[in-house]
Design a protein around this ligand. Sequence first.
Ligand code: SF4
Length: 239
Amino acid sequence: MRHVNPTEDDPTAAFLRRLHQLSAEMAQRTIGQSRTPDGLLALAEGMAELADVATARLTVVLPPERHSACGRGCAHCCKHGGVMVDPVSVLALTLTLTGQYDPVDLAGIMLRLSASAAGACALVDAHDSCLAYVARPLTCRVVNSYDDETCRQFGPPTVAQVAGGEGVALGYPVPLAIAAAIVAGVAQGLATCGILCAPVELNAALRVALSEPDVLERWLAGEDVFAGLVPLAPDVPSA
Ligand code: SF4
């Protein structure tokens, strides 16, 4: 099993360090200079694009060992619960949801968030599709698995696990290592602007972001709007 576990003088380590640096600069260039919804959306889009480009580059030298088991209609990762995401992704997702859905649909999403004590993402629909696929968080873009049955039982590895050196055995680790570098770089860039960017549990953070109309403005002003959120307990899948 191939892991992305670079040593200090390894070209992969240099690549990830450069990615971290580019992400920090991008955060300063976007939100640091324009504390607006547009600045936030630009940063979220920049993170997704950077992840795509970097993954394409690193895949050339570190190709996957197996075919991905992920595909349309497979939503084990969405249903397993406790999806940890970065605040930029959650706030950009919230802007998309409020722009895309009418008040009745949003009330329905809030109901699902209130009922999602088991931890399944409130945005996965009855057909196992994402209600906001185009605007899905960076975590959702990069999580993958070689084995859907293992994924069903245990859930896929998270960006945070990969950043901590764990959880890379289930799938292709390159996109997750890249996302970890980008998220850490963005957090560093935003920290220099006085903005906090600690990982949050998706359902809990979405509940806050959709129910408090000024949450983005307060976050951009440096308030820890997601402080104290407790990740929901993950679903225990049936045998
Ligand atoms: S936001 Fe979409 S892709 Fe991400 S966990 Fe929820 S349903 Fe799945």
